[in-house]
Design a protein around this ligand. Structure first.
Ligand code: DX5
Ligand code: ZN
Length: 224
């Protein structure tokens, strides 16, 4: 089952509530919220007060992607605000296992993200403890970037490791996804697909999400 998670980073920030309703009615499965602090990544976005306000406009799950330094300090704040899935970057956590535990102790789904340059070996000791792995397919910080081709093999390798270890871990892909490359990542093993500019720049949002879901399967419908 493929899930589409529109990234609010490409939404109109003057009307975030309406933008969420728009993608919800258009068939989104999750709302992906990119949190940036100007330290871990060269951009600044939103924090818990905004997430708390947005919580009132939808019942869709909030997939909160923390691109911040010291994420452990902010996990309770984002959960209190309404986050359902919390993703922390392996590169930003000295005590990654502790951070994962603190998310799970609050009854939320824990996910770990890797930047494109971080090897899968960073996951060796925590893969059995998480609900999802987010593989960045662009360098984090901005929407609208181009998919990094070498990430397809990384997705495939992660899928193989998860299958070999008989784990139940989702693979989320974030960055540069459009209707022309979505099948490449789903075929490699991804099942949660973040899409910002492709969805929010579309003239017809419903049609775009429908098309992404259709293209996520093989063109001739034989693969899945
Ligand atoms: C990048 C963010 C992504 C980004 C995706 O740092 O984590 O979620 O908004 O945007 P697109 O789909 O436009 O690459
Ligand atoms: Zn993201």
């Amino acid at each position: 089952m493929i899930k589409i998670a529109p990234s609010l980073l490409s939404a109109d920030f003057a009307k975030l509530g309406e933008e969420i309703k728009k993608v919800e009615h258009a068939g989104a499965d999750l709302i992906h919220i990119d949190v940036m602090d100007g330290h871990f990544v060269p951009n600044i976005t939103i924090g818990p007060p905004v997430v708390k306000s947005l919580r009132l406009v939808t019942s869709l799950k909030f997939d909160v992607h923390l691109m911040i330094s010291n994420p452990a300090d902010y996990i309770d704040g984002f959960i209190d605000a309404g986050a359902d899935i919390i993703t922390v970057h392996a590169e930003s956590c000295i005590h990654l296992n502790r951070v994962i535990q603190s998310i799970k102790q609050r009854g939320k789904k824990a996910s770990v993200a890797l930047n494109p340059a971080t090897p899968l070996s960073a996951l060796d000791c925590i893969l059995g403890d998480v609900d999802m792995i987010l593989l960045m397919t662009v360098n984090p910080g901005f929407g609208g970037q181009t998919y990094i081709e070498s990430m397809t093999e990384k997705i495939r390798e992660l899928k193989n490791i998860i299958t070999e270890r008989k784990l139940d871990v989702d693979i989320e892909i974030d960055g540069g996804i459009d209707i022309n490359n979505i099948f490449k990542v789903t075929k490699a093993g991804a099942n949660v697909i973040v899409s910002g500019s492709t969805i929010f720049n579309a003239v017809n949002t419903r049609q775009m999400i429908k098309e992404l879901k259709e293209k996520a399967f093989d063109e001739d419908k034989l693969e899945f």
